[in-house]
Design a protein around this ligand. Structure first.
Ligand code: ATP
Ligand code: MG
Length: 383
């Protein structure tokens, strides 16, 4: 097969995987799903259901467990089934050769998290055990919307690769909040400056990690783009430019940038520049990627970006991600559906794919596969 000559398959052969794998998911009172138990296949899981069956809700439940937030609701209380007071999620996951039990319940006000029977676990501990990636019909927003989605994308990798990242990021957020409060209340200059030391220290650390991670990711991205969109990749130059969150005119130094913008920050009442404004500027032939890519190409580029992260994680840690793909047929045409699923099986990534019709999912002749039908809130396994 021609595709197997692609550079990415050469990389794949060298990796020994310790697969992250969801064994079981059960949930209660999550959106339209009253009570559901799901034992998943280690490879491909196809979830078939009519519109409004609750397919996206199932993907959303897993995403909530792994990230503490929904990708489509601003308020977690919207996820609680109507006329109920809370939802609960439970998941059994194999991660780094250990089976973990993750539990989460959420009422109108608060979230309770359990990990392996331990109460009051931080959300980050669940995220650590459940390295999920998500592809939905809205995923092209990674390219089309503001920088927030791209910061989340990059920070996902920083979180899994650099154990110290989360502490630096939290410390940065804390210092930023205090500094902004001082600016907003028009406190004297030395009170504003009080926060600068920890802001600069943690901000610089966050920045270095992000820059380092993006540098490692970029060549891998090109391998996946070559596989998923070869003609485009050969004819155009795709680049990821790192924007730290402040102007490069200051020589790249965050401390200098703070100093330079202090007067304006005080007028505006907030810190204008810093790692909280970071962005990845995705360019095609030095132009904004959006101007050059069709909607389908945007989706393929987003797939390539996610797969590059998955591959780099596997190369560095031997761990695989778990991929959630909501409404695959809405995402990609038949050729690319095949290419993507083939690659996921080749990479030994457990994946969940939702669709309204099984015929739209190409049969990949490798790896294991199970099909489940979601109907009236109940799951049944198909032969
Ligand atoms: N809090 C809630 N309580 C009860 N039902 C809800 C709640 N939130 C959403 N729903 C309902 O859950 C159902 C499932 O929605 P979901 O988006 O998961 O369906 P889907 O299978 O992904 O459909 P589609 O194929 O159209 O994407 C919808 O009928 C929706 O109205
Ligand atoms: Mg849906």
């Amino acid at each position: 097969m021609g595709v197997l000559k692609c550079a990415i398959f050469i990389h794949l052969g060298k990796i020994v995987f310790s697969m992250a794998r969801i064994h079981r998911l059960s949930l209660q009172h999550f959106r339209n799903l009253t009570q559901l138990d799901w034992t998943l296949d280690a490879g491909q899981n196809i979830l078939v259901g009519d519109n409004a069956a609750g397919k996206t809700a199932l993907i959303e439940a897993l995403w909530f467990l792994a990230s503490g937030r929904s990708f489509r609701a601003n308020q977690p209380k919207q996820l609680i089934q109507q006329d109920h007071s809370q939802f609960t999620l439970f998941c059994e996951v194999a991660h780094q050769s250990t089976t973990h039990r993750l539990g989460l319940s959420r009422d109108a006000n608060q979230t309770d998290i359990h990990l392996d029977g331990q109460k009051n676990t931080p959300q980050s501990a669940l995220s650590q055990c459940l390295p999920l990636q998500l592809l939905t019909p809205e995923s092209h927003q990674l390219l089309t919307e503001g920088p927030k989605a791209r910061r989340r994308y990059l920070d996902w990798g920083c979180f899994y690769h650099y154990p110290e990242f989360i502490a630096h990021w939290r410390s940065y957020q804390r210092a930023l909040k205090q500094r902004n409060m001082a600016l907003k209340q028009h406190r004297p200059q030395d009170e504003v400056a009080l926060w600068d030391k920890s802001l600069i220290q943690s901000g610089t650390a966050v920045n270095q990690i992000r820059q380092d991670y993006l540098e490692k990711l970029e060549p891998i991205l090109h391998d996946f783009a070559e596989y998923l969109m070869p003609r485009f990749n050969q004819q155009h130059r795709l680049t990821l430019n790192f924007y730290p969150g402040w102007s490069a005119q200051t020589g790249g130094d965050f401390a200098q940038s703070l100093q330079q913008h202090l007067v304006k920050d005080r007028q505006l009442g907030f810190t204008q520049y810093g790692p909280h404004r970071m962005d990845i500027r995705i360019k095609v032939d030095q132009q904004d990627a959006l101007l050059r890519l069709s909607r389908g190409q945007q989706k393929l580029l987003v797939c390539s970006l996610l797969l590059a992260q998955a591959q780099y994680l596997a190369e560095q840690t031997g761990e695989s991600v778990i991929m959630l793909i909501d409404d695959l047929p809405a995402e990609l045409d038949e050729t690319h559906r095949y290419k993507l699923l083939n690659l996921l099986q080749e990479m030994q990534i457990q994946h969940l794919v939702t669709t309204t019709a099984i015929e739209l999912i190409p049969n990949i002749d490798k790896g294991s596969r199970q099909t489940f039908l979601l109907q009236q809130g109940q799951l049944s396994q198909q032969a």
